[in-house]
Design a protein around this ligand. Structure first.
Ligand code: S6P
Ligand code: ZN
Length: 189
């Protein structure tokens, strides 16, 4: 692979880079079992397979020493009272970290470790979030009127473990309540 230095521009507002290698779209159908309100999920899916978030990636070798990077865009909306969010994952190599830089929008990163610690950190334009090794991470868009745009960077050999989150979810959820966006215990955990 070409190992020459390169630059790219991220167009704001919007967040779509002026070039990229992969464009991933994640729709409602790929989030089965993740939203708390299963009835709202099924009813929505019967109507449309909504686009929840998109990722623009730069292709680099998935090996130690490389840094994988790209843009994540979570669209605004809710399923029931739960905001649109990413699937979330542990890194397969658990001892690998990640950095997120929030470019646009408003939301949270919901995180937890296999040992049961949890943390929910706010994301707003200019926020830099360090996700330490061992912490699963999921971004949540709490603004109902715009995208949550983040730039991410993580080790090339990290890999993604989606299965653990798919099977048991996160300990904490971010819900729209009369008091605003609130962090609540996941009753199914
Ligand atoms: C990868 C990094 C992000 C996410 C993206 C989508 O380690 O954390 O690129 O892949 O935000 O989330 P997910 O959970 O569907 O991969
Ligand atoms: Zn990650």
């Amino acid at each position: 692979m070409d190992s020459k230095p390169y630059t790219f521009d991220i167009k704001l507002p919007g967040g779509i880079p002026d070039h990229y290698d992969n464009h991933i779209e994640r729709r409602l159908s790929s989030m089965r079992g993740q939203f708390l309100d299963q009835k709202a999920y099924s009813e929505r899916l019967a109507r449309e397979d909504t686009l929840l978030y998109e990722v623009y990636e730069f292709k680099r070798p998935e090996i130690a020493g490389e840094l994988l990077h790209g843009i994540s865009i979570v669209h605004p909306g809710k399923v029931g009272n739960e905001y649109y969010m990413t699937k979330g994952h542990f890194h397969t190599v658990l001892e690998t970290a990640e950095v997120y830089y929030c470019l646009q929008g408003q939301g949270y990163m919901v995180m937890e470790t296999p040992e049961g610690e949890w943390s929910v950190e706010p994301l707003r334009p200019g926020s830099v979030l360090y996700v330490p090794p061992r912490w699963a991470h999921r971004s949540v868009n709490t603004a109902l009127d715009g995208d949550l745009v983040t730039f991410f960077i993580y080790p090339g050999d990290a890999g993604h473990d989606y299965g653990t989150i798919e099977s048991q979810g996160y300990r904490k959820l971010v819900m729209d309540t009369p008091a605003g966006a609130s962090i609540v215990d996941n009753p199914r955990w």
